[in-house]
Design a protein around this ligand. Structure first.
Ligand code: TPP
Ligand code: MG
Length: 328
């Protein structure tokens, strides 16, 4: 499925916004302005942007937690200032500053993410089942990293989705790492998507640095599911070029990472630079359009930071915190 120029520009803009906000979040956490912690997205934000851009508002999505889902969620239309305010522990946050990054945007059919890797898979299957049962036409976007697939429940979920032909997309952001382990030490083969073959789920591999290639794969998978054909698996190949999380202990050494490869990717595989080069070459945009989009992304980030700084700190009473805790 080829993209229109308008779709390409919208993907480029969303990627510029996501990468600018990711840098801002890094600055905020280093300045001690954030509650909780942050998992930098770096040069791995194109798959998330592509996953969110073409979904309908009522299509359920579980973002991948890296960069705390910023690319997925802004492209699905969340109010980004409430995302940042949430990270800064403010009342104006999407969950009133109570969640750190375990947030949700139910009005955008984004039901939050858990710190529990793989927890979204059975939930996606449940939503997929409901969509099929109710003939609602919804498609479920289940995003995760490559590290999830060591979890048994992910495989049960894929089996059920395949067997019942549920409208679920298994969207894998394969960055080669799972916290402090190199994924090549966790799986026998080079491509995580080969796992889908065991469940007869069609799969595809795309360059995760190419936001347009990721978006074409997303469009195809969404269309396939919407037509009632069942699940697909999309593997977006990317690379984590930084530590797992800010402030975390870095146990990674040369055994786990290849510093030369990381340096090369940082220098030559930045998805925004690649997308800009393509848009210029195709004459979809001029350099001045690109500069304008970049400066709008910076202005958006500055305004959001100022909004969050100015909003009231969330300091709930003990009674309120107890009321929000469920205990059986
Ligand atoms: C069930 C579970 N096991 C282990 C962890 C610890 N943990 C946090 S992130 C992570 C790696 C996840 O890797 P991946 O899904 O590939 O995401 P990436 O960080 O590479 O983007 C692990 C093992 C966890 N949060 N939940
Ligand atoms: Mg990973």
């Amino acid at each position: 499925m080829s993209l229109t120029n308008e779709q390409k520009v919208s993907l480029f803009r969303n990627l510029a916004r996501a990468m600018t906000l990711d840098r801002m979040m890094m600055r905020l956490i280093r300045a001690g302005k954030m509650v909780g912690f942050y998992h930098e997205g770096g040069i791995a934000l194109a798959p998330g942007v592509a996953a969110g851009t073409f979904l309908n508002n009522d299509d359920p999505m579980w973002p991948h937690y890296r960069a705390h889902g910023i690319g997925h969620m802004l492209s699905k239309g969340i109010d980004v200032k409430t995302y940042v305010a949430e990270h800064m522990g403010r009342e104006a946050g999407c969950c009133k500053g109570r969640s750190s990054y375990h947030m949700s945007f139910p009005q955008n059919h984004i039901f939050g993410f858990s710190g529990n890797i793989g927890a979204n898979f059975p939930l996606s299957v449940g939503y997929g089942f409901a969509a099929k049962y109710k003939k609602s036409g919804q498609v479920v976007m289940n995003c995760s990293g490559d590290g999830s697939y060591g979890e048994g429940r992910c495989h049960e979920a894929m089996l059920m989705a395949a067997n019942w032909k549920l409208p679920v997309i298994f969207w894998c952001e394969a960055n080669g790492m799972a916290q402090h382990s190199n994924v090549k030490d966790l799986f026998p083969g080079p491509n995580i998507s080969s796992l889908a073959g065991g469940y007869d789920i069609p799969s595809t591999i795309v360059d995760g640095q190419d936001v347009f290639a990721c978006a074409e794969a997303a469009l195809q998978a969404i269309d396939y599911a919407r037509q009632g054909n069942g699940p697909t698996f999309v593997e977006c190949k990317t690379l984590r070029v930084q530590e797992h999380s800010v402030g975390g202990v870095n146990f990674e050494g040369p055994m786990q990472r290849d510093p030369k490869l990381m340096k090369e990717w940082k220098e030559t595989r930045d998805p925004l630079k690649l997308a800009a080069a393509q848009l210029l070459k195709e004459k979809t945009l001029k350099q001045k359009d690109i500069d304008r989009i970049m400066s709008e992304a910076e202005q958006e980030a500055d305004a959001i930071e100022a909004f969050s700084e100015a909003s009231q700190k969330a300091l709930p009473s003990i009674a309120e915190m107890q009321a929000a805790v469920y205990a059986a």
